[in-house]
Design a protein around this ligand. Structure first.
Ligand SMILES: N[C@@H](CCC(=O)N[C@@H](CS)C(=O)NCC(=O)O)C(=O)O
Length: 223
């Protein structure tokens, strides 16, 4: 299933991105959620280089993903994943207490883990030659390491953050992907194994495969 040209669900994606972003464009989070839920979707790729002016009505910042399902029009991958999860026991348990814990992890991924890893991306990649980035790096590495240690403690010896895979794991593993290519998870073997477990899920592999299959490899020429 999920890529289905007849589906009422539409995800706005980019038609091309630079190599470093291939497989990381955030529509993969939405595709992954839909894969886990077994819900079909179609995509509408737009240019990342020349964004259609009308796209700002779908995504106020001109970013992707944007999402549509009938009257429902959404932006922000975390909110979209929550919307999908609310329709699927595969992503959010029906039991109230278990559901509440999954929600905690969804917010923890986006609010307690991802901001640090976003800064890591700036320090380690986008601004790595800047003096301020070199100065910030050691204290940031220490802060990330401490936070990952607490996350590993919370995970304990479980396979997932709670008793079973939920949308909390989907967003946590999505956020932790920012550490790919670094050694920051190496000091936390249970967390590294957790990440491998999440990213080995068929839903994730299908989502990434679908994104890569749709992305053009050459930057389109615009007249
Ligand atoms: N918080 C937003 C971030 C979306 C985002 O950063 N999208 C990137 C692609 S992964 C983008 O559109 N970048 C182009 C830009 O920011 O102009 C979400 O999670 O949906």
């Amino acid at each position: 299933m999920p890529v289905d040209p007849e589906s009422p669900i539409e995800i706005v994606t980019f038609d091309w991105v630079p190599d470093f972003a291939r497989g990381h464009v955030r529509d993969f989070r939405v595709r992954w959620a839909l894969e886990e839920a077994g819900i079909g979707y179609r995509t509408r790729p737009i240019s990342a280089v020349r964004r259609p002016a009308g796209h700002f009505a779908d995504q106020p910042f001109g970013q992707v993903p944007a999402y549509r399902d009938g009257a429902v029009r959404m932006f922000e991958s975390g909110a979209i994943v929550l919307h999908i999860a609310e329709r699927s026991e595969a992503l959010l348990p029906q039991d109230e207490a278990a559901r509440a814990r999954a929600l905690c992890w969804m917010f923890a991924a986006l609010n307690s883990i991802e901001p640090m890893l976003f800064e890591w991306g700036n320090v380690n990649l986008f601004a790595r030659d800047e003096e301020w980035a070199k100065l910030r790096r050691p204290s940031l590495v220490a802060a990330i390491d401490k936070r990952l240690g607490h996350l590993a403690d919370a995970l304990g010896d479980r396979d997932y953050l709670e008793a079973r895979f939920t949308a909390g794991d989907l967003l946590m593993a999505s956020a932790l992907r920012a550490l790919e290519g670094s050694t920051l998870l190496d000091g936390h073997p249970t967390l590294a194994a957790y990440q491998r477990r999440c990213l080995a899920r068929p839903g994730f592999l299908a989502a990434i495969g679908a994104q890569l299959a749709e992305l053009k490899t050459e930057m389109p020429h615009y007249a």
